[in-house]
Design a protein around this ligand. Structure first.
Ligand code: CP3
Length: 345
């Protein structure tokens, strides 16, 4: 099996830098759009056959080093009783957001059985992958989930989220505890079903000050990684805008830190410490540039990683819908070409 990705997570030597992309299955691929013509995003997530089909699309098309299960971070919120709808031009919307004591109170506790479809999708995808590449499971981190639950959808300034955090810390912690319980169950189902690594997406946590991260978020994220430690699979923690939060984020107990493009990879790695692996960190919009420019920028990131064991190449956030598939293919080839090295394994 191609285990470059798992080896890099464990900071073991690899023959070339492994590469995968967040949102590697998605609207930039015509195969995906074809499936979405007939099925809603929630249908795809909840039907193991469809989830497997879409997860495999980029694996069949490109020489990626890992697959990520097709699902969404918002599914556990739906299982907890929030009414989720994906609106074409607006993104996700919750029609009954969580803002009061009663709202937090009425959240339904979830257990493994709430996520039967997720386990089935992972098991089916593992079988279809037949050990070609490892499969990554994932969940949203408690802060990022809380922001969707409280705002009722995407947000620009996270005003309502911070209103609760600052005015009602007791309610905030009660909410994050409940969300974290759900995330632990959701990830455990995925690991038991065969996920070989997991990634926790804290996409919007970069809107917090370091002190607020430490007080209102860190204990919850830490509890999730601690609960999963005995499972023995690598744990990736990803956020954007996290330059000032990285030293605190490493205290969560993750094995791999996801980096966005607003930091230099070499400086971030030195800050975090070389006892963690790193993943990143090309600006997703670089994939819209001419191939020569992509090459220049990919090589810069590889130079910053400096051949050190424990670098996984990725974008600093997800692939955007307008990106040409040829650019994705070219980027993967460039990573492989310029990172090939002699190793004893
Ligand atoms: O990476 C992969 O290939 C796996 C699939 C995946 C999806 N969502 C499918 C999806 C993953 C890893 C996610 C995670 C996710 N979902 C995050 C964290 C990563 C990030 O982008 O920050 C977040 C914040 C969400 C919530 C979410 N889901 C939003 C804000 C949206 C709408 C925005 C958009 O791009 O339209 C979704 C819908 C969604 N989830 C899409 C995909 C491919 C696009 C919708 C569609 O196909 O119509």
């Amino acid at each position: 099996m191609n285990d470059r990705f798992l080896r890099a997570c464990r900071r073991e030597p690899v023959d070339r830098t492994p590469v995968w992309f967040m949102r590697q299955a998605g609207r930039y691929m015509k195969e995906y759009l074809e499936v979405r013509k007939r099925h809603s995003i929630l249908d795809v997530c909840k039907t193991p056959e469809l989830s497997t089909e879409v997860t495999l699309q980029p694996i069949e098309r490109f020489s990626l080093d890992a697959a990520i299960i097709f699902a969404d971070i918002l599914l556990p919120l739906e299982a907890m009783g929030l009414n989720l709808e994906f609106i074409e031009s607006k993104g996700p919307v919750f029609h009954n957001p969580v803002r009061s004591d009663a709202d937090v109170e009425r959240l339904i506790p979830v257990d493994g059985e709430s996520f039967g479809y997720a386990g089935a999708a992972i098991a089916m995808t593992r079988k279809a992958l037949a050990n070609r590449v490892p499969l990554i499971g994932f969940a949203g981190a408690p802060f990022t989930l809380a922001s969707y639950a409280i705002e009722g959808g995407s947000s620009r300034d996270y005003r309502l989220t911070k209103d609760m955090m600052f005015a009602r810390p007791d309610l905030w912690h009660a909410l994050l505890t409940k969300l974290s319980n759900g995330v632990i169950e959701y990830l455990q189902v995925q690991i038991h079903a065969g996920a070989q690594a997991i990634q926790l997406f804290d996409s919007w946590v970069g809107c917090l000050s370091p002190d607020d991260y430490e007080e209102y978020v860190l204990p919850h994220t830490q509890r999730i990684f601690t609960a999963l430690a005995s499972a023995g699979v690598p744990k990736i923690y990803f956020g954007t805008g996290t330059a000032t939060l990285l030293p605190l984020m490493r205290k969560t107990g993750c094995d791999v830190m996801g980096l966005d493009w607003r930091v230099r990879l070499d400086e971030a790695w030195a800050t975090i410490g070389y006892d963690l692996a790193v993943q990143g960190n090309l600006d997703p919009l670089v994939l819209g540039a001419p191939v020569k420019e992509i090459e220049k920028r990919v090589r810069k990131i590889l130079q910053q990683a400096n051949g050190r064991d424990g670098h996984i190449f990725n974008l600093g956030h997800g692939i955007l819908p307008h990106i040409p598939v040829d650019a994705v293919e070219a980027t993967i080839d460039i990573v492989h070409q310029f990172s090939t090295r002699e190793v004893e394994v």
